[in-house]
Write a protein that binds this ligand. Structure first.
Ligand code: SF4
Length: 301
């Protein structure tokens, strides 16, 4: 086959990206931008508070796509009343209206792929081609997107379509992340604990060193970065959070979110009774924790 013909007919390396679902429109997963979210299969860690257990295995599952829809919808409900700028809300309404009016693309509900065969990268690209001018960005989430070698090519294809690229990651593969940075416009990085305490959260030795190395790489690169922590029961008292936040500020983190674990669909359901709602601690935490960040947010479930 000629090179020219193959360029249009041959599957790209990105076609191997294994997906668990897609949210075609969200205003909360990439700050200030309207985005689609692609949920990648696979994660090397097993955090007890994970609410995306269906995305952890490397192979896609049908149930995973449905749950991704539920989680995305729940997140929007949590964030919906938080003073979202009117301009962005208007754009979301307009984009939704145009999507609804487009009978060919048939965007139904929150996530495509729910209850059907897992969505393919080719289907995602087809959808994105119809969204130019309506969406600003595509966020790769998971699971752990950097677990898949096809991610770089997928990001490059998203960029070629004119969208910004966002990444949600826990940073388990710093070397791989370093190679991706030139393709990324914004990162939401989970920092789960101080480095030595990571195995209590992830179940994996040395995972803390990897995550904090990823953090340093991102800070050095200058890519737009938001760091988030979901406090793990046993590592969530005020003193611990204070030490964690101080260390994050010391390495250069300026945007930080402390977020409540979702109480539903926990990987370890026995954790549910140990979760201490951040909402009931908000006032106390605000008084108790010095805020060393330019931007600090407490996000309750
Ligand atoms: S790193 Fe994220 S996706 Fe992986 S197990 Fe932990 S919470 Fe779940």
């Amino acid at each position: 086959m000629s090179a020219a013909l193959c360029a249009s007919a041959c599957p790209s390396a990105a076609s191997g990206l294994r997906l668990g679902g897609l949210t075609p429109l969200t205003s909360v997963d990439y700050p200030g931008e309207l985005a689609a979210v692609v949920y990648c299969q696979g994660c090397p860690w097993r955090c007890p508070y994970c609410h995306n257990g269906h995305l952890l295995d490397a192979a896609a599952s049908h149930e995973g796509a449905r749950s991704a829809a539920e989680n995305a919808s729940r997140q929007r409900q949590v964030n919906g009343g938080s003073g979202e700028p009117a301009r962005q809300r208007d754009r979301e309404i307009q984009a939704n209206a145009e999507m609804q009016a487009n009978a060919e693309t048939q965007v139904q509900g929150e996530v495509q792929g729910a209850g059907q065969d897992a969505i393919t990268w080719a289907e995602v690209l087809d959808l994105l081609r119809t969204r130019r001018g309506l969406l600003d960005a595509v966020v790769f989430s998971g699971g752990e997107p950097t677990a898949q070698s096809a991610l770089a090519e997928a990001m490059a294809e998203v960029k070629a379509l004119g969208f910004k690229v966002g990444l949600h990651s826990g940073g388990p593969y710093p070397q791989r992340l370093a190679g991706l940075i030139p393709l990324i416009d914004w990162v939401g990085l989970d920092i789960k604990a101080l480095p030595g305490d990571y195995p209590r959260v992830t179940g994996v030795p040395d995972s803390g060193e990897a995550a904090w190395r990823s953090l340093r790489l991102l800070l050095e690169s200058g890519v737009e970065l938001e760091v988030r922590t979901t406090p793990m029961p046993g590592l969530d008292d005020d003193d611990y959070l204070q030490r964690l936040m101080r260390q994050l500020a010391d390495v250069g983190v300026t945007r930080y979110v402390l977020q409540q674990a979702q109480p539903d669909h926990l990987l370890d359901p026995s954790l549910r009774d140990q979760l201490r709602p951040l909402s009931s601690r908000l006032a106390h935490l605000n008084d108790r924790l010095p805020n060393p960040f330019q931007r600090f947010e407490l996000r309750a479930a």
